[in-house]
Unconditional design. Structure first.
Length: 138
C-alpha cells in the first residue's frame, strides 16, 4: 500500500513542507494500492495531476500538483460517489474504507481553497489494522 498525502498549502506553508509535524494541520493521507487508484480518484473528482518538478521534500518519493479544484462531493451524493469509487477500483467495502473516503470528502473544501494543492507519495509508514483509513498526521 502507498500513502498519498493531500496538502492544502499557502505559499508560506511551502517553506515548512520538509517538517512532517508542521504540515500535519494542512494534510490528509489516504492509503491506496497504487498510482492507478490515485489517478482514478482524481478522475472521479474531475481534475488532473501534473508532476511538481520544482518542489523537493525530504523523504518524499513524488510530488504532484492538482491542476484544478477537485469536484466536491455533497453529503447527499456521497453514497453514489462511494459506489463509483468501489466499482472503478474494485476495493472492498468496509467501515475503514468508507471512513477514509468520508474524511477525504470533508477535507476537499479546505484543499480546494488552498493556493497550492499538492499530493505527496510518502515513504512507507508502519501499517496497522486500520491501514486503509485516512489519517491526519499528529
Amino acid at each position: 500500500m502507498n500513502h498519498y498525502s493531500f496538502i492544502a498549502a499557502s505559499d508560506a506553508d511551502l517553506m515548512t513542507l520538509n517538517d512532517a509535524r508542521a504540515r500535519s494541520d494542512i494534510q490528509v493521507t489516504l492509503t491506496l494500492s497504487s498510482l492507478v487508484e490515485l489517478s482514478t480518484l482524481i478522475s472521479l473528482l474531475q481534475s488532473g495531476l501534473s508532476l511538481a518538478l520544482n518542489i523537493n521534500i525530504e523523504g518524499v518519493k513524488e510530488v504532484w500538483s492538482v491542476s484544478e479544484e477537485l469536484q466536491e462531493v455533497e453529503q447527499a451524493d456521497f453514497d453514489g460517489f462511494y459506489t463509483r469509487w468501489l466499482a472503478k477500483t474494485q476495493r472492498i467495502d468496509s467501515d475503514a474504507e468508507r471512513d477514509m473516503m468520508q474524511r477525504f470528502q470533508r477535507f476537499l473544501p479546505e484543499f480546494n481553497t488552498a493556493r497550492n494543492k499538492l499530493i505527496l507519495l510518502e515513504p512507507k509508514l508502519q501499517t496497522t489494522l486500520f491501514e486503509s483509513s485516512v489519517t491526519r498526521v499528529q
